[in-house]
Design a protein around this ligand. Structure first.
Ligand SMILES: [Zn+2]
Length: 87
């Protein structure tokens, strides 16, 4: 009984971190590595108001990211791109 390691518990523990902290969508480790911080992803492209542009601006690293506020500061944000999202 000396080997008490529970591989299933480890798997569940790891898997719990591989989700978007905002909407709970499962994400890959690669996605977390690219867009998240310290193994945590705070937003993903499945979040209601988040798109790839938001991820590039650090939405995945910022739990308080607000696209309505934080999206407005870059030259990438042209009004023409906001017209057809439908969300
Ligand atoms: Zn999400």
């Amino acid at each position: 009984m000396s080997k008490s390691t529970n591989p299933l518990a480890d798997t569940l523990s790891v898997d719990d971190h591989r989700t978007c902290r905002n909407c709970g969508t499962h994400v890959t480790n690669r996605t977390i590595g690219v867009f998240g911080v310290d193994g945590v992803l705070y937003h993903c492209t499945s979040c209601p108001d988040i798109c790839a542009r938001d991820m590039r601006q650090g939405a995945g690293k910022d739990p308080d990211y607000d696209p309505l506020v934080d999206r407005g500061d870059t030259s990438e944000n042209h009004p023409i791109f906001n017209g057809g999202d439908g969300q």
